[in-house]
Each structure stands twice: as structure tokens, then as C-alpha cells.
Design a protein around this ligand. Sequence first.
Ligand code: HEM
Length: 394
Amino acid sequence: MTGLPELAFPLADAPALDPDARFPALREAGPVRVRLPFGEAAWLVSSYEHVRLVLGDRRFSREQSLEGDEPRVVPMPQRANLILNHDEPAHSRLRGSVAAAFTRPGVRRIEAAVEGFVADLLDRLCAEGPPADLVSGLAAPLPALVMAELLGIPAGDHEEFVGLTGSLLASALARQPAEQTKKAGLRLWERLGDLVRVQRRSPGAGLVAELVRGGASDEETVALCATVVIAGHDATTMQIGNFCYQLLTAPGQYARLVADPGLIENAVEELMRYSPLGISTAFPRRVTEDVELGSVLLRAGDYVVVALTAANRDGAVFDRPEELELTRRPNPHLGFGYGVHRCLGAQLALLQLRIVLRALVSRFPRLALAVPAARVRWSPGLLARSAETLPVRW
Ligand code: HEM
């Protein structure tokens, strides 16, 4: 206990994708005591320098964080056996078994398939509208299709897989009863189990086959595949929608990409810096030994949460940090985290985002929101911040 006053964090009513208005002051202040809606109080770290230090230093442990009452924005503590929840050396062992599939050359192997999925989804959007909803028509199904391809799920089973992951994730965000989440989770586990057995009998292409060939047990393979499906799907869906919202509401920015699609690769990095994935923090860490951060002494056993969005707008690192500048370079943003837990799926997510934007600007050069920006509905709750629907015309 520090005896310091605690700030309530995050603010429930931060509008649209705007970052918390308190971030400039919080960055200045150094670590401050905060209380999230559930679990113990924590230190909130907001400056770029301190966020990077916490995420890159082994004295801040994920494993020990889970042993206590983690600070969090949802009632249930998250105890799943995910890569993210392990420290070294267990973390590297787990991550090493899937890492190759997620490198830039690794994900390039499915580039043509991703382009095909995007083209098909846009064909369907065209048949439906204008107007049509970019979230249900593109942002939601695409990452599930891509994951199915990456795992090696036969094309005939893709639709079922899209339904299963959609159902699992919608309920995880509390949009449907817990019973349904459990059912969807069990079904996903079962289907991944079937896939492992098939691949063991006659190995084909995809991540499951590679894991089986690499000597992983059935159980390990299913758990790893479920991890990447769960960790990867929603974030990508949210950022596809959020990037489109940013581009269509910031004057002239979409037109800029239409005029110069060569800018897209750079623009995707800047959109990642600029668009908060959620209004909360990355997963909490627990201090394993006393550490001095700025003028504050964090004690062993204290919890620490980092605000990636605040770090990504730190004027000490980024010129004019509050501006969306699609040509910004260099851009050492922390949108995928930092250190050993930096997002495993970053290259896969970037690939999808680049392909989506390239397809949109070439097919719909006059794309625009079909409703006023103020009428876009945002996801409820504190876990995630994304447009529920994004009606567009072209
Ligand atoms: C735009 C989309 C995405 C964003 C913004 C994103 C963001 C992040 C962030 C910030 C972290 C670090 C969390 C922390 O340290 O507390 C992370 C970790 C992770 N992400 Fe992503 N992610 C995205 C897509 C994906 C995809 C497509 C996958 C699928 C493979 C994925 C799998 C993971 C995994 C497995 C981890 C944990 C890595 C580890 O502990 O070593 N993510 N992601």
C-alpha cells in the first residue's frame, strides 16, 4: 500500500477513438496510482520511455500478475494458458514453436489467399449496397478466414470456422450469454482437435501440420492454435474498422491514399500508432523486485499497467503527436506492444490491413461514411473500442 490517492481509470465516456484527455498530464506526472474497475490498485505508466521500459524488462512479470487479483476492466480474471501469460523461459519455448509461421516471409505465403478473401467479401458488399456495413461485411469475417487458411482448415469448412470464432468473440465481449461462449469455445476446441487428427494421418499445409511435424502433442497443438485464434481475431477486426473510420473522418486522408496507394504501407503503421485498440491498458505486469521509475519507487509485488495509446502520442518521440500524418517516418510506435510479448501476429495483421486498404482505394475511390460520424455506434464496455457498424457508400 502506498497511501497515495487513486485515480479511476479508464474513463468510460471517452468519445469515439479519442484518447483519454488526461494523458498529457499523466505522461508528465510519471507513474500514478490508478484503480481499474476490478482487482487491485496499480501504477499507471504513460510516457513512451517508461512504457518501453516496463514491457522490455524481466522485473515486470506476467506470470506473477496472474497469481493475484489482477487489475482489470472485466469481472472475471483471465487465467487461460496463453503465451502472453508466461515468463521466460516457458514463454520463449511456447512462442518459438509457432514463431516461423508469423514472420514477414511466413505470412507472405498466404498473401494471395488474403487478397482473394478480400476481393470476394467486397464482391458481396457490392451486391448488397450501397449502403453496406464494412464491419459485418469485411472487418469481422476477414480475420477468421485468414486464420482458417493459416491453420490449414479445408476451404469447405471456412464458413463454419468464421461462425465459430465470431460467436466466441462476440460473447467474450459480453454481447451474448456466458453459456453460449462456453459452447462456442468447446466447439472450436473440438474442431481444432479434428483438424490435428486429420493432419496427423496425412500431413498437408498450414500451421497445424507444421506443429504436428515439429513433434508437438495433440493437446499442445490445439492450445497453441486456439491461442492465436483468440488473440488475433478481434484485434484485427477492430483495427480494420477503426482505420477505415479514421481515414473517412479525417479530411482528405482517404483521398490521399487513393491518389498515392504507394503510401499505404507507411500509412498502416501511422494508423496503428494513432488508433487506440482499446481505451484501457495492455495486460498488467507485477513487479518482482523494487524498481525506480522516474522519481517513483515501485515495490516488489506492486501491479503496473501501461497505456500504449498515451505512449504513442508522446511528444518526446513523435513530432506533432496529435496529428495523423500518413507519411510519418520513422514511426517506432508501440501499437503491437514491445519486448518479448510484442504481438506475435503483427506481420499477419499488417498484411491484412495493407491488403484491405489497397483493395478499398482501388475499388471504391469515392468511399464515404453513409451516416454522420457522430452517429457511428461504438462497442460498449471498457475492454475494446471499435465501431459496431460502419455504414458506407461509394
Ligand atoms: C491489429 C491487430 C493486432 C493488434 C493491434 C495486436 C496487439 C497486440 C499487443 C498490444 C500485444 C501485447 C500485449 C501485452 O504485452 O500486454 C499483443 C500480443 C499478442 N498478439 Fe496481437 N495484436 C493484433 C493482431 C494479432 C494477430 C493477428 C495475432 C495472431 C497470431 C495476434 C496474436 C498475439 C499473441 C499470441 C500475443 C502474445 C505474444 C506473446 O506473449 O509473446 N495478434 N498483440
